[in-house]
Structures are given as structure tokens and as C-alpha cells.
Design a protein around this ligand. Structure first.
Ligand code: NAP
Ligand code: ZN
Ligand code: ZN
Length: 370
């Protein structure tokens, strides 16, 4: 039975929940493996989405391995979700069956705190937004992400995927895209800005594309000599091998803004010295250990060390529309879900160009539920 048929039956009056094929981490040390979850029975404001593609974010690895602490197992990762709307609840006004839809890192928030009212739901402080997976919804139910065949989400947290965008290449925009777009916009990166991007992975390559599209002078920092030519193709004006002290020294005191997308513990001190007066180094990378910050690098140039988390729903839609207008999607390597553990291993070796995206049909064909 298809999910759509199952859902219509639910709409017809039966309040059963829906069994859904997925892949999960059962613990922090076990591989990602087949697992079955139950999606909630759709509410009037819910959109039911048959998932087509799900990007693989480094946050999936951090959480599946419990590197940040507090992980909830079994965990179905995945927060870069694109799929087709199967059906909508009676109160839904923004979506209809057949629409291409996206879901990013959050599926709900309190909607009444100052941050929610400002459209910055990612900073909901009541106590925080409901994350797409490894979270709990307002009923206390564990949330499950996009390594699955379908998802049920309140329409206020669902995005429209413009027709012009390739749906597989658009999936990573729901996290890697908005997480880099939002700080570049917030700190007004554009023509006349010297922008540095630390790390050329999923987030880094999107930062390069946006920095280039906004008209900044973009310098890519990488530890991978093999990525230099790609970085230039992706929009870098210059590429610096960050382990080469002489190359780093050439840029001392010159950057307006540096975006740090590095996933592992690293030394920020060498980068703070590259900021000019009033420069900002913004963390989006989320290593599992605290950084050591030499304060003289900050006070010697009135510099700021900042952080930024994903982006609000309205800004995510703005970013998707910007991408459609400017022909921007992620550079992806499509994988069947059965290769997810290899993909994690390759990401940990910095071997991804530049985002793995799971073809969820590979899960449908393995599951008797289809
Ligand atoms: P990714 O695709 O694995 O890329 C990370 C890149 O960091 C690597 O390609 C590598 O670039 C560089 N790197 C890795 N280890 C390094 C080390 N030891 N020293 C120096 N550079 C190193 O990861 P991603 O999906 O882009 O995610 C990056 C980080 O952002 C993760 O920590 C993730 O959890 C976080 N994140 C945060 C948010 C947020 O809201 N703030 C949202 C999404 C993700 P080179 O090969 O170029 O050196
Ligand atoms: Zn992510
Ligand atoms: Zn809130």
C-alpha cells in the first residue's frame, strides 16, 4: 500500500499512525541500519511528504555518534529533506498534493517567544525549536528525520522548492545552504567585502557559492591541496592552504568576515590574526570540543568571534528563491541509502565533493512497504 493511500484512509476517519521505512543509528557505536518508525497521524495543519532526497550533513555524524552529548536513540538522522506532498490536512493553505516541498533542521517552535515572532525560530527560547530529528515534539514524542520514506510536518515549517531547482541538488540547501546564507546576509557580506571561508565541505562550498553570488572577494582556506582547482571553479578568488604559515601570513589583518565551517577541533588563533579592525570570525562549524581563543587577537583589532545557527523559515524560503533566481544548487554525489556508512567514513576523511545526497527510492525498493 502506498503512503498516500494509507493517509487517505486515515483522513477518512481512522486515527492510526503510519509505519514508515527508515534507517537509524541504534546506538552511538553501531552502524546506521534499516529500522521502522511510525509517523504521527496527520493533524489539520500537517503536510504529508513522500521523501525523494535527503542530504547528509556532518551534524548527522556528530549526533549519530553522540559527539555533542544527549543523543536520543534509536535515531533517524537527516534534515536536508526534499519530497513531494502526498496529501494535506484540512486547514493547510500553503501546500497541495503534488507540490515539491522541503524540510530543514526544525519542524516546530513555540511561535510566541520574541525570537519566533521575529521570524528567527531557530533561536526559539521556549526552550528551543523542535529539531527535525534527535528532538522531542510538543507532545514529548521523539522526532525522526529524513533517512526515511515519508515525514509529517506542520505547514508553517515546510518550504516551497522552486520548480527551477533540481530537487536532489536543492536538498542540501535546507541546512548547508541556509546555515551559510544567513550569516553572510546578517553581516552584510557583498561587494567590497573580503570574505574568508574555512573548510571546503558541504557548508564551505555553499558559502563559496553565496559569497561569490553576493559579489564579495572570496578566499577559501582548505587543508586539502586536491581541492584548490575546485574551490576556484566554485567561486573562490584565492585559495590558501591553511597549514602553510607563509600563505596565511600574506593575509594578516585583511579580512572583513571569516566563516568557520570546520567540523573537527582546530586552532582559530591563526585565523583571528587575519581579521582587520572590526572584523568578524563567525563559527558555524560545531566541533565537539571547546576552542581556545587568544583574547589579544580580538582586543587588538576590536574584532568579534561570533556564531550562527541555521536560519529562520522565512529566510530559508528567501534563500531558496535566491538560489532559483541565480541557478545555485549544491554539488552532490548521489548515493543509495545502503551506502550511508561508507559516506560517513568518507566525510570523516574530507572526501566529499561536496555533499552526499541519499536517493530515497533506494529505501523504497528495499522495503516491503514501498
Ligand atoms: P563536511 O562536509 O564534513 O566538511 C567539513 C570540512 O571541514 C572538511 O571538508 C574539511 O575541509 C574541514 N575539516 C575537517 N576536519 C578538519 C580539521 N581537523 N582541521 C581543519 N579542517 C578540517 O561538514 P559539513 O556538513 O559542511 O559541516 C561542517 C560543520 O558545521 C559540522 O561541525 C556541522 O555539525 C556544522 N553545522 C552547523 C550548523 C549550524 O547551524 N551552525 C548547521 C549545519 C552544520 P578541507 O578539506 O577543505 O580542509
Ligand atoms: Zn545540517
Ligand atoms: Zn519560540
Amino acid at each position: 500500500m502506498t503512503h498516500t493511500a494509507e493517509y487517505q484512509r486515515t483522513e477518512a476517519g481512522r486515527s492510526e499512525s503510519r509505519k514508515t521505512a527508515a534507517y537509524a543509528a541504534l546506538s552511538a557505536t553501531t552502524p546506521i541500519q534499516p529500522y521502522e518508525i511510525e509517523r504521527r497521524a496527520p493533524r489539520p495543519s500537517d503536510v504529508v511528504i513522500d521523501i525523494l532526497y535527503c542530504g547528509v550533513c556532518h551534524s548527522d555524524i556528530h549526533q549519530a555518534r553522540d559527539e555533542w552529548g544527549g543523543s536520543i536513540f534509536p535515531m533517524v538522522p537527516g534534515h536536508e529533506i526534499v519530497g513531494r506532498v502526498a496529501s494535506v490536512g484540512s486547514a493547510v493553505t500553503k501546500f497541495k498534493a503534488g507540490d515539491m516541498a522541503g524540510v530543514g533542521c526544525m519542524v516546530d517552535s513555540c511561535r510566541v517567544c520574541e525570537n519566533c515572532r521575529d521570524g528567527e525560530e531557530q533561536y526559539c527560547n521556549n526552550p528551543h525549536a523542535t529539531y527535525t530529528y534527535n528532538g522531542r515534539d510538543q507532545n514529548g514524542e521523539v522526532t525522526y528525520g529524513g533517512y526515511s520514506t515519508s515525514i509529517v510536518v506542520d505547514e508553517s515549517y515546510v518550504l516551497h522548492i522552486p520548480d527551477k531547482l533540481d530537487p536532489a541538488g536543492a536538498a542540501p540547501l535546507l541546512c548547508a545552504g541556509i546555515t551559510t546564507y544567513s550569516p553572510l546576509r546578517h553581516w552584510n557580506v557583498g561587494t567590497g567585502t573580503k570574505l574568508g571561508v574555512m573548510g571546503l565541505g558541504g557548508l564551505g562550498h555553499m558559502a563559496l557559492k553565496f559569497g561569490h553570488a553576493f559579489g564579495a572577494h572570496v578566499v577559501q582556506f582548505t587543508t586539502s591541496r586536491g581541492k584548490v582547482a575546485d574551490a576556484k571553479k566554485l567561486g573562490a578568488n584565492e585559495v590558501v592552504i591553511s597549514t602553510d604559515a607563509a600563505q596565511m601570513e600574506e593575509h594578516a589583518g585583511t579580512f572583513d568576515f571569516i566563516l568557520d565551517t570546520i567540523s573537527a577541533p582546530h586552532d582559530v588563533a591563526g585565523y583571528l590574526k587575519l581579521l582587520k579592525r572590526d572584523g568578524v570570525l563567525c563559527m558555524v562549524g560545531a566541533p565537539d570540543e571547546p576552542l581556545s581563543v587568544p583574547v589579544f587577537s580580538l582586543l587588538g583589532r576590536r574584532a568579534s568571534l561570533a556564531g550562527s545557527g541555521i536560519g529562520g523559515i522565512a529566510e530559508t524560503q528567501e534563500m531558496l528563491d535566491f538560489c532559483a533566481e541565480h541557478g545555485i544548487v549544491s554539488d552532490i554525489e548521489m548515493i543509495p541509502i545502503q551506502k550511508i556508512n561508507d559516506a560517513y567514513a568518507r566525510m570523516l576523511r574530507n572526501d566529499v565533493k561536496y555533499r552526499f545526497v541519499i536517493d530515497i527510492d533506494s529505501l523504497r525498493s528495499e522495503s516491503p512497504r514501498g
